[in-house]
Design a protein around this ligand. Structure first.
Ligand code: IFM
Length: 437
């Protein structure tokens, strides 16, 4: 495999998962700070209070990336650090942190790719209804304007929202994420308002940042019925609508997918679909592997996560590994939406207790197989322009706490010490063109 010319190799992270400094310099709680304090919601009672302490160690992290010759760094702004109450007065100390981060990235020759929202809604806004409130689109647009005015001279690559289907489904239908509501109307309203927020923020970024490159990041993957029965097939189809289509279809084609259109119609006002439809400049794809779905009449929407076949290859955290499905997804996306695709997340979870996290050949094998699949997709016509590994660092993996590790760099959470894993060296060699697949 040869590297396509100008192909971008990056790594991804997100604010709540790495920054720590949860109560430092004026930051106020997000909905995830709140969730972490509810017993039983996060494994081991872990929290993002300190996480990787990236807030204080960002220079070290940028040096690591520079050593690996990373071309682009995808991070997210912490809304509650910039606007501790979600709206109103901005927090200068928080703004300065990202000034320094961005300046240091640029000095190191690393392109900043900034995401406005990776799940850490200010708790103050949740107290006003959060994404269930239609006002959320306006709050988000104002926040986008603050970011655009402050950083738009140095940051050109923006994503509005990370994995909207995931945080709305987990947060409003399954209680797997914040704010932990399980309610059909809440879920549908959150979907629609996040879509409106995407449209509004896209307009703000476009108006305020000359040369902005704007997109939204979607987690898209094949939804496979656990068994070939009508009930499991119907469950998979419904999950497919929520997971894969509920955001790209309105944002790129101006319509909700047929399977949920009737459910969501009561919340859609005249003119909304035109406000949402902002195809942007690229499609951000986060992809790990397929989801196996099964019928569950007791679940909010009648579907639940099923099991992969027992002989399916799986990562150390049990996620099924099917690189050919990644290949097909990339080809399908190009044909369907005709936008350049950036793989904004792909990576492999592991566990320190398996004893193979520093010499992480399992992760190298996963990355190798997926990057090779991406190249086969490019040969089949997929317009893929860049690839970001999730993640630079082991970090706070939401409900799994610090147990599940996705980093190229091992983090000792007791001391904060970082140690590049074998996969980091492998990725550096790939970027340097020393490895062909
Ligand atoms: O850690 C998450 C990230 O926040 C969103 N995409 C999936 C990753 C691995 O679960």
């Amino acid at each position: 495999m040869n590297r396509p010319l100008g192909f971008l190799w990056g790594v991804s992270t997100s604010s709540y998962q790495i920054e720590g400094a949860a109560g430092t310099d004026g930051r106020k709680p997000s909905i995830w700070d709140t969730r972490c304090r509810i017993p039983g919601k996060v494994a081991n009672g872990d929290t993002g209070d300190v996480a990787c302490d990236h807030y204080h160690r960002y220079r070290e992290d940028i040096a690591l990336m520079r050593d690996l010759r990373i071309g682009a760094y995808r991070f997210s702004f912490a809304w509650p650090r910039l606007l501790p109450d979600g709206k109103g007065a901005a927090n200068e100390a928080g703004l300065v942190f990202y000034d320094r981060l961005i300046d240091a990235l640029l000095e190191a020759g690393i392109e900043p790719w900034a995401c406005l929202y990776h799940w850490d809604l200010p708790q103050a806004l949740e107290d006003r209804g959060g994404w269930i409130s239609r006002d959320s689109a306006g709050w988000f647009a104002d926040y986008a304007a603050l970011v655009a005015r402050r950083y738009g001279d140095r940051v050109k690559h923006f994503a509005t929202v990370n994995e909207p289907s995931v945080f709305t489904l987990f947060g409003y239908a399954m209680d797997w994420g914040a704010p932990g509501i399980v309610d059909r109307a809440a879920h549908l309203q959150a979907i629609h308002h996040v879509n409106l927020a995407h449209g509004a923020a896209s307009d703000v970024l476009r108006a305020l940042v000359p040369g902005a490159f704007i997109g939204c990041i979607h987690n898209r993957q094949r939804i496979v019925p656990e068994s070939d029965t009508p009930a499991d097939r119907a469950a998979a189809a419904k999950l497919h609508a929520f997971w894969n289509d509920a955001f790209p279809e309105p944002q790129l084609n101006g319509v909700y997918p047929a399977a949920i259109a009737e459910d969501i119609a009561p919340y859609v006002r005249p003119g909304d679909m035109a406000r949402i439809c902002r195809p942007g400049d690229y499609f951000g794809l986060n992809h790990y592997g397929p989801i196996f779905a099964k019928a569950d009449p007791s679940a909010l929407w009648g579907f639940a996560w099923g099991s992969a076949p027992t002989d399916a290859p799986k990562s150390d955290i049990g996620w099924p590994i099917y690189p050919d499905m990644f290949q097909d997804e990339l080809v399908d996306l190009t044909q369907r939406y005709r936008l350049p695709v950036y793989v904004t997340e792909n990576g492999c979870g592991g566990r320190a207790d398996k004893g193979n996290e520093l010499d992480d050949r399992h992760r190298i094998e996963y990355l190798k197989a997926h990057i090779a699949a991406m190249h086969r997709a490019i040969e089949r016509g997929a317009d893929v322009r860049g690839y970001f590994v999730w993640s630079l660092l082991d970090n706070f993996e939401w409900g799994s706490g610090f147990g599940n590790r996705f980093g190229l760099v091992f983090v000792d959470f007791a001391t904060g010490v970082r140690t590049p894993k074998a996969s980091a060296r492998w990725y550096a060699d790939l970027i340097a063109g020393k490895i062909s697949l």
